[in-house]
Write a protein that binds this ligand. Structure first.
Ligand SMILES: [Zn+2]
Length: 339
């Protein structure tokens, strides 16, 4: 089959690799209908040492089940399914607590930008979707594998609800969908921090009430002006770089919550008295996407939310390297890959 492989920073190729096969009785083999490139794929695209490669790529996909191991129940060949970016058994103590990303038998997908994907722990991982292969909902359903559920996780972890004010840091797909998730949860004020007007315009349609294009101290000042000088109850950090974290700490209200879902590209940052003295909570982390799919799926199926609008380009699998380039150059917000 054909699959996407990263060899080092800026070096993404599509190659012929062996077809995946059932290796464990808990596996499924899924033919990819749609995959996509994630903002987090751009981190290794910037920094990967060739000595650490080559590495297969991709962790978001929907597809059709082709083959099943003997222990998989509840999923059938021919089912159209979505997989979260982490696989999980659905039965261990962490899965039962809704923290599927810490499943004792789990792990993370890294082979989804390909024609076929092996799915470990298929019974716990896959969710069957009641649509056909030609459904117009495929882009929005694809976001349930990561970005929609990750934006939702940011909001839920921060306690976003009807009386909450929210700042979203970042106008990538996760940031825009964190705004959508906050609106869905009833937040009254949603301030979106981002500089790309085409993106922040979509963010407004998703529910952002204010947009702040300024960064750094100026951006913090603008958010404070919009919130009576105090900042917001919840800050959803959807970037992962240190300046975004510093921005988040600058706009959070005393007693508020900073929730991070951008994969942190730093190991040191402000956690001192500025945070302690103001009783700021830091939370968030890798989104347990599997825990949220059943809750969000009905809203996607009936069109209440249309998270698939974050896809502004579609390419064939052979053009996946161009998808990385376009997202890196900010020419594309999020690129869907259609094998
Ligand atoms: Zn588990």
């Amino acid at each position: 089959m054909r699959a996407t492989v990263m060899y080092g920073a800026g070096d993404v190729r599509v190659e012929t690799v062996p077809d995946p096969k059932i290796e464990q009785p808990t596996d499924a083999i899924v033919r990819t209908l749609r995959a996509c490139v994630c903002g987090s794929d751009l981190h290794p695209y910037h920094t990967m040492d060739p000595a650490d490669g080559p590495s297969p790529m991709g962790h978001e996909f929907i597809g059709v089940v082709e083959d099943l191991g003997s222990d998989v129940d509840g999923v059938r060949a021919g089912d159209l399914v979505v997989a979260p970016f982490a696989y999980s058994d659905g039965t261990c103590e962490f899965c039962r607590e809704g923290l599927h990303t810490s499943c004792v038998n789990g792990g993370f997908f890294s082979t989804a930008q390909a024609e076929v994907v092996r799915v470990p722990q298929a019974q716990g991982t896959l969710v069957t979707l009641p649509v056909g292969e030609d459904s117009e909902l495929l882009p929005s359903l694809l976001t349930l594998s990561d970005v929609m559920c990750t934006g939702h996780h940011a909001a839920v972890s921060a306690g976003v609800g009807p009386s909450t004010t929210v700042t979203v840091v970042g106008d990538g797909a996760v940031g825009l969908l964190a705004a959508l998730a906050s609106r869905r949860l009833g937040a009254e004020q949603i301030i979106l921090m981002g500089r790309h007007t085409d993106r922040t315009d979509l963010g407004r349609e998703f529910g952002a009430t204010d947009v702040v294009a300024e960064r750094g101290d100026e951006g913090i000042e603008r958010v404070r002006e919009l919130t009576g000088g105090q900042g917001t109850h919840a800050v959803l950090e959807c970037v992962g770089h240190l300046p975004a974290y510093e921005q988040a700490m600058g706009v959070v209200r005393a007693g508020g919550v900073v929730s991070r879902v951008g994969v942190p590209q730093y190991t040191d940052g402000p956690i001192g008295f500025g945070m302690f003295g103001r009783n700021v909570t830091l939370t968030g982390g890798a989104a347990p996407v599997r825990a949220y799919i059943e809750e969000l799926l009905p809203d996607v199926l009936d069109g209440t939310i249309q998270p698939g609008r974050v896809f502004d380009h579609t390419v064939g699998l052979e053009d996946t390297p161009g998808a990385y380039r376009a997202m890196d150059a900010r020419e594309a917000l999020k690129v869907m890959v259609r094998p």
